[in-house]
Design a protein around this ligand. Structure first.
Ligand code: FAD
Ligand code: FES
Ligand code: FES
Length: 1331
């Protein structure tokens, strides 16, 4: 099919480079330019300029005039800033998280057919949805119209914690259900969808959740599946454990198809009746900005020639998803957009004798469908292998909500223009595809390989289509087609670009002697740090026609290693090369003589290796055991989360959902990229975005009497701005102010900072440099942990010693779904209100007040709920709140800051990186006698809470009896972002170091690590020695029993044996199993609470603790009802719905304190209990009086009515302070995980994890279970997936969802069993619970 390359394209000698924004004035012009231009301008204007966008949003009609909305406005920005809907969230702005997923429906008037698909609204441009219908989660259900079954099931299966991901999850699930129900599959049983369980597990792939660990979301989604066994689903509110029948009638009703009108009739009628008039406005005046949508190739070139774009920046788009791609995102604004998606040639699908031609604007999802159909069609029996594999591979590209709009042509152009790690180009190259191009009036057909070699294309080149040939087996030569594609990526099922990918095509035939030979090989490799995908031609030539003996294969490997050379600076370069070899080996081994490879041994009939035994394809299963307790009902019951339906329907209000006040401005940080330098000057590049800068606020704007302070804790302050010296890369230098958040963000990218390092010492970036320079934070003596026993004596008793061995841990980024945000509104008399997403509003108030130089009483900080915190919104939230407050104070206008994901990742810091050296002595039986540690903690620039790290680290490490324990811990001050508390700070690292030592000892002694673990478990006496203040009573030390129980319930010994067998039988895949105990010391802090009963009997509760997704409000709600119910013998569970939790307000309820450390729920519950008890005491006489009068039962309403008449004070406040005995205590847990690793690619699959955790008498087992599962998966992220990397200057380079991969639903354990133990009575706890 391919024609040879025309000279004009092939003779180019210029090198590849990144294109600047396209300036049409720079296009080559013909001699008859002026005349053509006049004609073209006339032709193009009326017919291609879109003057208004008409669409439906949740059934309502929206008409937006072009002049009103900049063409670069995304659908998400429009929904969030111009409509009342708040459910569609901004989590990343790059297609990588799913928070913004909406359903888009299109209507075909000819077929009277509606097509629905999910899409990421953060990448979809508003103008692209002209005549479409959009549904957000509010359109599924809401408070007014009733919640949708999906929203109710998400709530009832405890599948929402902070709730920030939940609307996007609901939309992905809804779209999957709606599309499954449209299919021709058999009618399911009433109440179910046609979706299957395996489809349900993938229904929301690509949607990220940082809180839940995904398991309950999978359950909620599976509950719709036609083939689900409801008994297999986890804890929910619809049926109780032990109920005989988990029956669909108990679930919220589901109507086949989803029961939502996705395309309103008015829009259908409008499309039918007036489609041709809608945008036909002949009175067009050419404005500076605009959206053009040519309907033909001719119109497109007319537009280019029209001169309309002289000196304008123009963006040519199909779906605009490339604006989410790292490295190629928009850096500046564009004036004009040309949407080429409506050009018919770009959407045509043409089945030809030799193959199939697919229009370049065809979305990837549609391409997958076409390829699947072709693979199954009779017309292409021999093409099926290639098409099926291409479709399979494409279904791992990006996410469903990106694939549904992203075009294959856009992907190819991206890869042709830039070094983009495309999958699509590699696999199409492997399938020997060709492309059809249009360059002005010329149409060209070239091979994809040739196209990739050309200079980066510009808008004068249109990619029309891609032709994929049929690959037929040759029956005469008895050769069969073989085709395989491969990708190694951080996530198995997508939403992660490849480290390397490959596609290999060829024929295999059998010689008369029986040997197999390969021929016609096409071997493509891409994404390994190459400018574009390449053919490994030397390897192909070497292998063509050869019998694959070991030496031939070895030579092929050598040639491949010479071919795959990653560009300078490519991360994991050696890994990528070795995986390329692994791919080649996997492809060749079934045909090779005398090599046992990872694939099946092939016969001549072998077409492709089977991956059915790939552990990634295992179904997900789980067991969730909890024990509810009846003693303090409803405390102890697994009730659903407070306000959870509001989270699902998007009506729950987070900071960025608060409507922008009049005159609101928006801010974006300017940050340093240098670790230590004077900031001489801040300028902006000349650009469209720079024109949007209203002002820059910096340290010089801090009012007199105020301080340059942006964070603070008991160990010291941290400046808000680096001034005059920037002290670390990522430090705020100022705030750019603009009229919208997008303008501010883009303007922030135009900043050029002039630095000067004269007279400054070199920065201290590593812990080693900190040691050399004696750069440490002081740890107050009372905070430094105590050594245990006599180390020298312990070492003297040892039979073996391991000396000074290094173990190190990297940092971890919080990745809360809602980034740091604040809205500051100046008020009268030098006061200010700041809405902050903060885990510590009380301290935010003081930092803001000190910065502004005003009394604390002038600052009201309000926090309703936080979209995930994990410690990152404790001390790190103040910078944003204070910066917004300063800007608002200076400008006397409201200022909002919602950090974009990249800025958040670069500036906010994260978990402490640690380097430790251990020296350990032990007996031959595995008993450890002494341990010494030298630990260096990289704390970054400010003390934050880092001086607490030695204690928490040692606390986690002391879970074993080390005999004697000594240590030297240095908290290093370096020129890096300040590291702060992150989920179990210190404990996580301490526990890891402990396990590393145990494993090391076991390997020296050649003992099973579990034997060594158990040998070193604490006795109660040693527990008291290691945890003198918190060990509690002997009866509460449950770790032994937990561990033994886990060994039994998880069949550890049996599985350990099976694993040995598996490993003996498998060369290329290995399994391992490991157990880890946990001791976690908690220290409840004082907390305030206020309970007020209003005249109608409704109850409002205010507590110090913040709802960050951990279910604090739910537990407080339960506690309130239990406590007030003490007036009735049967309690007052019916009051649950009458309790309302109020947002934290620092001028209303003072001393709110810090929400962290797993104890804020219990502290807030304790304060609530005390406040309620006071009310109960006041109500008792009223109750007595009423009982005497009526002689019967007294209702709550009657009681309150009487109390009001009797002038009883119905509001009570308490400040709970933990008693001496309950100031610290220990929590116990244990986990066993079984993991499989693909030795060739390094891919890891978590086959099974079993967890047991002792929650005392859990206040709400569903909530606690959710916390346990979620934190376990966050831990998996830390140890397996997440790489929080910096460059040589300490600037974070893991700054997007592209490079920072938190666990997704496809990376959680295939089998996940969690048990929450109820270990009975703990007299010093709040109602016997544990944090
Ligand atoms: C979150 C996310 C994950 C992703 N993961 C992967 C992945 O794992 N593997 C992978 O291969 N890709 C991945 N991609 C890339 C994705 O496939 C591309 O962004 C997409 O295909 C581009 O198509 P588009 O229609 O959105 O192009 P647009 O963004 O509209 O355009 C991209 C560029 O191509 C030009 N262009 C588009 N069509 C044509 C045409 N027909 N002729 C001439 N020029 C044209 C445009 O002018 C623009 O310069 C991912 C993208 C995202 C956002
Ligand atoms: S905000 Fe759109 S995918 Fe993250
Ligand atoms: S509940 Fe999913 S991110 Fe918080």
């Amino acid at each position: 099919c391919a024609s040879s390359l025309p000279a004009r394209l092939s003779s180019s000698s210029y090198s590849r480079h990144l294109n600047p924004p396209f300036l049409v004035s720079s296009l080559a012009r013909s001699p008859r330019w002026t005349e053509r231009r006049r004609l073209a301008k006339w032709r193009s204007m009326g017919s291609t300029r879109l003057e208004k966008v008409v669409f439906a949003l949740n059934g309502g009609r929206y008409e937006v005039a072009g002049a009103d909305v900049h063409p670069g406005t995304t659908l998400l920005e429009f929904i969030r800033t111009r409509t009342p809907f708040t459910g569609t969230k901004l989590g990343c702005g790059e297609g990588g998280c799913g928070a913004c997923v909406v359903l888009i429906a299109t209507y075909n008037p000819t077929k009277d057919e509606v097509t629905e698909f999910s899409a990421s609204s953060c990448l979809t441009l508003l103008y692209n949805i002209n005549l479409c219908s959009v549904i957000t989660t509010e359109g599924l259900g809401n408070t007014k119209d009733g919640f949708h079954s999906i929203q109710k099931r998400m709530s009832g299966f405890h599948a929402s914690q902070c709730g920030f991901c939940t609307p996007g999850m609901c939309m992905s699930i809804f779209t999957s259900l709606a599309n499954a129900d449209k299919s021709k599959k058999p009618q399911p049983q009433k109440g179910f969808s046609k979706l299957t369980v395996s489809e349900a597990e993938k229904a929301f792939s690509g949607n990220m959740c940082r809180c839940t660990g995904y398991r309950p979301i999978v359950d909620a989604c599976k509950s719709f599946a036609s083939d689900v066994d409801l008994e297999d689903l986890g804890l929910n509110v619809f049926w109780k454990k032990g109920d005989k029948h988990a029956d669909v009638s108990k679930l919220p009703d589901y109507t086949l198809g989803g029961g939502v009108c996705t395309f309103p009739d008015f829009l259908k009628s409008e499309i039918k009746s007036s489609l041709h008039h809608l945008n036909d406005d002949s009175d067009v005046t050419v404005s500076r900005e605009g959206w053009y949508h040519p309907k033909s190739i001719e119109q497109y070139y007319d537009l280019l020639n029209s001169g309309l774009f002289s000196d304008c920046t123009v963006k040519v788009v199909v779906a605009n998803t490339s604006s989410g791609v790292k490295g190629y995102k928009d850096q500046d604004l564009y004036n004009k957009y040309i949407d080429i998606g409506d050009i018919p040639e770009l959407s045509a699908i043409c089945k030809k004798d030799g193959g199939i031609e697919i229009g370049a604007a065809t979305p990837i999802s549609k391409t997958i469908e076409i390829l699947e159909q072709e693979a199954g069609s009779k017309s292409s029996p021999n093409g099926s292998v290639v098409f099926r594999k291409l479709a399979e591979h494409m279904s791992k590209v990006a996410t469903p909500f990106v694939r549904n709009t992203a075009s294959i042509g856009g992907n190819i152009i991206l890869a042709q223009k830039y070094p983009f790690p495309s999958d699509i180009v590699t696999i199409l190259l492997g399938a020997a595809s060709t492309v059809r191009l249009q360059v002005y009036s010329e149409t060209l057909e070239v091979t994809l390989e040739e196209f990739l070699e050309q200079p980066p294309s510009d808008p004068s080149t249109l990619l029309l289509s891609i032709f994929i040939p049929h690959w037929a087996s040759d029956s005469q030569k008895e050769s069969k087609v073989i085709f395989e594609t491969y990708r190694a990526a951080p996530r198995p099922l997508g939403n992660a670009v490849s480290y390397i990918n490959s596609a290999m095509l060829g024929h295999v035939s059998q010689k008369s002697c029986g040997d197999l030979v390969l021929s016609n090989l096409h071997m493509a490799f891409g994404a390994y740090g190459t400018e574009h995908a390449i053919r490994a031609t030397k390897v192909e030539q070497h292998l063509n026609g050869e019998v694959l003996t070991p030496s031939v294969v070895l030579d092929a490997v050598r040639l491949l290693r010479e071919t795959i050379v990653p560009m300078e600076g490519t991360s994991h370069a050696e890994y990528r090369i070795s995986v390329a070899v692994a791919f080649l080996f996997s492809f060749l081994s079934p045909f090779a003589k005398g090599i046992k490879g990872p694939g099946k041994t092939a016969s001549i009939g072998y077409a492709s290796s089977s991956d059915t035994d790939d552990p990634c394809n295992l179904p997900l299963s789980s067991r969730r055991d909890t024990v509810s307790s009846d003693d303090h009902k409803p405390v102890g019951e697994p009730i659903k989360k407070y306000a959870v339906e509001l989270q699902a329907s998007g009506e729950a209000v987070y900071v960025d959902d608060i409507p922008a006040p009049k005159n609101c401005l928006y801010g974006e940080f300017i940050y340093s990229t240098q670790p230590l330098a004077y900031v001489k000057n801040i300028k902006f590049k000349p650009s469209l975005a720079s024109e949007k800068v209203l002002t820059v606020v910096s340290a010089k704007d801090i009012p007199s009497g105020g301080q340059n302070i942006g964070s603070s804790f008991m160990f010291g302050d941290e400046p808000l701005f680096g001034s005059p010296v920037a002290e670390y890369a990522g430090q705020a230098l100022g705030v750019v102010i603009a009229e919208t958040q997008r303008y501010a963000n883009l303007a922030g990218k135009q900043v050029v900072v002039e630095y000067d390092t004269k007279d400054l010492k070199p920065p201290i970036l590593t812990v080693e440099q900190a040691v050399q320079n004696n750069s440490y934070f002081e740890v107050p003596p009372g905070k430094y942990p105590k050594q245990v026993g006599d180390f020298s004596k312990g070492m003297a008793e040892a039979d073996h010693k391991i000396l000074s061995t290094e173990v190190k841990l990297a940092s971890q980024y919080y990745f809360y779904m809602e980034t740091q945000t604040a809205l500051a509104i100046p008020d009268e008399d030098n006061t200010i209100v700041v809405y902050s997403s903060s885990q510590y509003p009380e301290l935010a108030q003081s930092v803001i007040a000190r910065c502004l130089g005003i009394p604390f009483s002038n600052v009201r900080v309000i926090t309703r709920r936080v979209g995930g915190g994990f410690g990152g919104k404790a001390f790190r939230s103040y910078t944003v709140a204070t910066a917004a407050a300063l800007c608002a104070f200076k400008l006397r206008r409201p200022v909002r800051m919602y950090l974009n994901r990249s800025t958040d990742m670069i500036m906010i810091g994260g978990r402490h990186p640690i380097k430790a050296y251990y020296t350990v002595g032990f007996k031959s039986n595995g008993r450890i006698t002494a341990l010494h540690l030298d630990i260096l903690i990289n704390a970054g620039i400010s003390p934050d809470a880092s001086p607490l790290m030695p204690d928490t680290m040692m606390s986690g490490l002391k879970k074993y009896n080390w005999g004697a324990l000594s240590f030297d811990i240095k908290v290093c001050k370096t020129n890096n972002t300040s590291k702060s508390v992150m989920r179990a700070p210190g404990d996580t690292q301490g526990s890891f170091i402990a396990e590393a030592i145990i494993e090391h000892v076991a390997s020296v002694l050649k003992l099973d690590a579990n034997t060594v673990r158990q040998k070193n478990f604490h006795t109660y006496d040693s527990l008291v020695q290691f945890y003198p203040e918190s060990a509690g009573e002997a009866s509460t030390y449950t770790l032994h029993s937990i561990f033994n129980r886990l060994l039994t319930t998880s069949s550890y010994l049996h599985r350990a044996e099976s694993i040995k067998h598996f490993n003996n039988c498998n060369k290329w895949r290995k399994r391992g199993i490991s157990c880890a105990p946990l001791i976690f010391k908690v220290a409840p802090r004082p907390a305030p609470g206020r309970v007020s009963v209003l005249n109608d009997g409704s109850i409002v509760v205010e507590v110090g603790g913040i709802e960050v997704g951990q279910g604090l409000w739910t537990k407080v709600q339960q506690m309130t009802v239990f406590a007030l119910g003490q007036l009735w013998p049967d309690g007052s569970e019916y009051l649950l719905d009458r309790v309302r939790l109020l947002q934290a307000d620092t001028l209303n309820l003072i001393q709110g304190g810090l929400t962290a450390g797993s104890t804020s729920s219990e502290s807030s519950c304790a304060a609530t209990l005390e406040a309620c008890n006071m009310l109960v005491e006041r109500l008792k006489p009223v109750m007595k009086k009423l009982k005497q009068q009526s002689g019967g039962a007294v209702s709550w309403d009657a009681l309150i009515a009487q109390a009001i008449t009797d002038n009883v004070n119905l509001s009570s406040s308490a400040y709970w302070v933990p008693g001496q005995e309950s100031s610290t205590y220990l929590n116990y847990g244990a986990a066993i995980s079984e993991v499989e690793i693909d030795v060739l690619t390094g891919a890891i699959t978590l086959l099974r994890s079993d967890l047991v955790y002792d929650c005392g008498k859990s206040l709400n087992p569903a909530v606690d279970l959710g916390q346990i599962e979620g934190s376990f998966i966050q831990g998996i992220g830390f140890f397996i997936n997440e790489e929080h990397e910096t460059n040589a200057d300490g600037l974070v380079v893991s700054d997007s969802t592209w490079v920072y991969k938190i666990p997704s639903v496809d990376t959680i354990p295939k089998q996940f069993n969690v048990e929450v133990l109820n270990t009975g009575y703990h007299k010093n706890r709040v109602l016997s619970s544990k944090g």
